[in-house]
Design a protein around this ligand. Structure first.
Ligand SMILES: [Zn+2]
Length: 372
């Protein structure tokens, strides 16, 4: 979802970051405010004033989104849902949850906190605007008040994973007691609303509003994809509940002895099994990994003499699991680390590997056993 993230500061213990894509949005917003919106709404200022207003309003927009996401995060923490941080990206902001909420009540309050915060901030800004004397400052405050209300209302649309959709899901979950069914209904609304935005965007493009139309189109596509992905994630959580890594891993993995030369490693392991990297062991104990990237640093003429042990790469904690690790937790580690396999250790002995393929296979067969 993110291109390149920069961490800015910490707020109430939550790390606030911006993705490079947010800078594109910020530049677009400043430009359209300075060149079109403010001159049309408040004629008579100089171009330099319009630019100052545009930049001030963009900074205000940034703070408004951070305020909204912080409200979500504070309530989430109160209900024991770990938040990794707040990130601003091209479609707004997101408080990154490590796990799904475990109670409907927690989810309802957490989802409601963001729009509520935006409504209150919007009202405060509009009040400040009517009490402020210099016209450019009043115009910026008034604009930000309006934007906070738009932010609240858009997020209240009952289209999962928007806040309103999360509230709908929580309400259905409270009422019927079935999280998966609640998610399915809320995500269907999310896909429908996404489609509506896509069609509306196309309509606007055909009517000559290319930038605004493209924007609706992209937000609609993003929302549809997010609704589908969120439903699949909840379904995976249901299907893999109680399943451990030991039940779905590939046991007895290919492991390379540390004391062979590079040439033998390439012939007997890389060319035979076609993995990009392998675990390396000595007397059953895992020492590290070695892969094609490390081998490429050695001159081919020396392959027969250089021992593998000197090229080992240490293993990050995120690459490891135990047979008792929950399958969903393993799936999170695989996705987060972007690595192809987890190494499964029991008493420091390598007993298996778990590839994303193994988890997806376990999911697929379990899904086929669910009655339609
Ligand atoms: Zn929100």
């Amino acid at each position: 979802m993110f291109l390149y993230r920069v961490r800015l500061f910490s707020l109430f213990g939550f790390a606030v970051s911006v993705d490079a894509s947010w800078l594109v949005l910020a530049a677009l917003v400043s430009w359209s405010l300075a060149a079109a919106v403010f001159p049309a709404l408040h004629p008579g200022f100089t171009q330099a004033t319009y630019w100052a207003m545009g930049i001030a309003a963009t900074l205000g927009l940034f703070s408004s989104i951070v305020f909204h996401e912080t409200a979500h995060s504070v309530v989430a923490r109160r209900y024991g849902i770990p938040i990794r941080g707040i990130t601003l990206f091209i479609f707004g902001g997101v408080a990154e949850m490590e796990e799904e909420p475990s109670s409907a009540r927690g989810e309802l309050l957490m989802a409601a906190a963001g729009p509520a915060a935006s409504l209150v901030l919007g009202a405060a800004l509009l009040a400040a605007a009517s009490a402020t004397a210099p016209p450019p400052a009043a115009a910026v405050l008034g604009y930000l008040g309006f934007i906070n209300w738009v932010l609240a209302l858009f997020n209240l649309v009952p289209a999962f994973p928007l806040d309103g959709g999360r509230m709908l899901r929580a309400a259905l979950w409270l009422w019927r007691g079935d999280l998966l069914q609640a998610t399915r209904i809320a995500a269907t609304c999310g896909r429908g609303f996404g489609l509506l935005l896509v069609v509306f965007g196309l309509f606007r493009v055909l009517n000559g509003d290319v930038v605004g139309g493209a924007w609706s189109f992209l937000i609609g596509m993003f929302l549809r994809a997010a609704a589908i992905e969120s439903y699949r994630h909840t379904l995976a959580g249901r299907l893999l509940a109680g399943v451990t890594v030991g039940q779905i891993m590939t046991p007895d993995p290919v492991a390379v002895p540390a004391d062979i030369p590079v040439a033998r490693f390439v012939d007997e392991y890389v060319y035979r099994h076609h993995h990009h990297w392998f675990p390396v062991v000595r007397d059953g104990a895992l020492l590290g990994t070695v892969g094609t990237r490390e081998i490429a640093t050695v001159d081919r003429a020396n392959w027969a003499r250089v021992p593998l042990a000197g090229l080992l790469k240490p293993i990050a904690a995120d690459m490891l699991a135990s047979p008792n690790t929950e399958a969903m937790e393993a799936l999170r580690r695989l996705r987060r680390g972007g690595q192809e396999r987890l190494l499964v250790l029991q008493d420091n002995e390598l007993v298996g590997v778990l590839a994303l393929r193994d988890v997806l296979g376990a999911l697929a067969v379990r899904e086929e056993l669910v009655p339609p």
